[in-house]
Ligand binder design. Structure first.
Ligand SMILES: *Cc1c(COP(=O)(O)O)cnc(C)c1O
Length: 360
């Protein structure tokens, strides 16, 4: 069996060495005679797995001590609701930046709970750029400001961190977390579904400043209350144990690689190669403003969309899978998360060059 280069936006590729280790430990984790899947989450074996994963994540991201790390379920989509449920307190307004499909979903969910002030919106230009902070129209009394550092569908990424002063900054980092170093202290809340850059689906990471705990009202269900999960060490109920374990293996893989600055060097190189190739070609194009291009998700179109189907078929035959663009934008999208080897990007570029030669 040959593994393919899988450009899926999520669930996405995992490092091969992580999958191999999981396979080796599948039936018997370190002499326990059990799979991690079969362990009590309160037993000392799983507790050690859980604690090590958190410690490794804290080290990788240099998470300050006054931040809690939660290993939850429900995906980033649940966070669209948990954020307002926990952070509004007695305020009625929150600021949101709308840079694409995921921002829009976060905004729609927040509207169930509060007045949403869309402080900047790039829908007019077809979501092809990040709005400069000078353009933002923030409200005076926002409980927090929410943005999407990387729009997975549009391939639009902030290459800078907004400055919101005392207003907590909330980020949906689902598709960019761990892709490079980040100054966690600039954020109130960072959240991410795991299935892009962390591990398998089913786990959701939340990193939040501890002074933001305790803001949920009495009516908020326990499972939606950050403070409940923080107090219980993410074990208020049964956590997604196997996904937590696999995330831990991914964190070790990142540490062995040299941490997030080493990862950033590789990711920067992968993205630059692909964009350079696209920009130099008259056959392929990417609509995103250069300064706002994503390192992780690279949408592109062919000069003639009648060739799309053929492109996808021939790519798959060449071992390059899941390149179809999101249904809302069409064309192609190459997701090149941490686990996509540089050789995968090289193979994609070679294939694109050859396809252009044959059909361009
Ligand atoms: C994938 C994704 C989501 C949705 O995540 P789920 O885990 O499916 O809820 C939300 N935001 C962004 C930026 C994403 O990439």
């Amino acid at each position: 069996m040959a593994r393919v280069f899988n450009f899926s936006a999520g669930p996405a590729m995992l490092p091969e060495s992580v999958l191999q280790q999981a396979r080796e430990e599948m039936l018997d984790w370190r002499g326990t005679g059990m799979s991690v899947m079969e362990m009590s989450h309160r037993g000392k074996e799983f507790m050690s797995i859980a604690e090590e994963a958190e410690a490794d994540l804290r080290e990788l991201m240099a998470i300050p001590d006054d931040y809690a790390v939660l290993f939850l379920q429900g995906g980033a989509t649940s966070q669209f609701a948990m954020v307002p449920m926990n952070l509004l307190r007695d305020r009625r307004t929150a600021d949101y930046i709308n840079t694409g499909q995921w921002s829009k979903k976060a905004i729609a969910e927040a509207r169930r709970f509060c007045e949403v002030n869309v402080a900047a919106d790039t829908a007019d230009g077809g979501f092809t750029r990040v709005p400069l902070q000078a353009e933002w129209q923030r409200s005076a009394d926002a409980a927090y400001l929410h943005y999407t550092p990387n729009e997975t569908i549009g391939g639009v990424e902030f290459q800078w961190i907004p400055d919101t002063g005392d207003v907590p900054l909330v980020a949906d980092m689902s598709s960019t977390i761990l892709s490079r170093p980040v100054d966690v202290s600039r954020y109130g809340v960072i959240y991410a579904g795991a299935q892009k850059n962390i591990g398998p689906a089913g786990l959701t990471l939340v990193i939040l400043r501890k002074d933001l705990l305790g803001g949920a009202g009495e009516e908020v269900p326990a499972m939606f209350n950050y403070a409940v999960h923080a107090e219980a060490g993410s074990m208020y109920n049964t956590p997604p144990t196997y996904a937590w374990y696999l995330a831990g293996l991914v964190f070790k893989w990142l540490k062995d690689l040299g941490g997030l600055s080493a990862m950033a060097d590789i990711n920067g190189r992968k993205a630059a190669k692909l964009y350079d190739f696209i920009d130099a070609s008259a056959f392929y194009s990417n609509p995103v403003e250069v300064a706002s291009r994503s390192w992780m998700n690279v949408p592109f179109t062919l000069a003639d969309d009648a060739l799309d189907k053929r492109f996808l078929e021939e790519a798959a035959a060449a071992g390059l899978h899941t390149l179809k663009g999101h249904r809302s934008v069409g064309g192609m999208r190459a997701s090149i998360y941490n686990a996509m080897p540089e050789a995968g990007v090289d193979a994609l570029i070679d294939f694109m060059r050859e396809f252009q030669r044959a059909h361009g």
